[in-house]
Write a new protein. Structure first.
Length: 163
């Protein structure tokens, strides 16, 4: 199992936490996509390409889950829920809390459902280290994300333990 990235979106559609675990590059002259850079090689003069930032990635991910979640509810009724989708390159897993926090994890295509894993991250890490922290802000407006060292360390250990 390979985990590529993890995102948390609040009820205001802001990405309040984002972490990526990118696979190592296949070619030493190439950098992976999605890390705020575009893959380039050391040939003569590479054509200028638009830079993809993590903020743009987060907006695209949220737009995708928003659209797919609404489509699933319209086609299947209010009781149906969007859980995941898979492409040829990755699988996106989604979990929404009662407080409208949205947890998203991107993995390789053969990974089974990570809904329980996202629920465990919410219960054991988010609630324990962010919600119960009296110094943490309740709202993360203006792009100020979660900056909690215990949460970050716990999440990293949890994800590395799954691999």
């Amino acid at each position: 199992m390979t985990v590529y990235s993890f995102h948390i979106f609040d009820r205001h559609t802001e990405c309040v936490y984002s972490k990526s675990w990118l696979p190592p590059p296949q070619n030493p002259d190439t950098r992976p996509l999605g890390s705020g850079s575009v893959a380039t090689t050391t040939t003569m003069a590479p054509a200028p390409q638009p830079s993809v930032t993590s903020s743009d990635d987060a907006k695209l991910i949220f737009g995708t889950i928003f659209s797919l979640r609404n489509m699933a509810r319209k086609l299947g009724g209010e009781d149906d829920a969007f859980i995941s989708y898979r492409t040829a390159q990755y699988k996106l897993h989604f979990y929404e809390t009662p407080a409208n926090l949205r947890f998203v994890i991107l993995t390789d295509t053969v990974t089974p459902s990570m809904r329980n894993v996202l629920h465990q991250i919410y219960i054991n890490l988010w609630v324990e280290y962010v919600v119960k922290n009296p110094l943490a802000p309740v709202e993360h407006k203006g792009g100020n994300g979660v900056k909690n060292e215990l949460f970050e360390l716990g999440l990293d250990q949890f994800i590395r333990g799954l691999i």
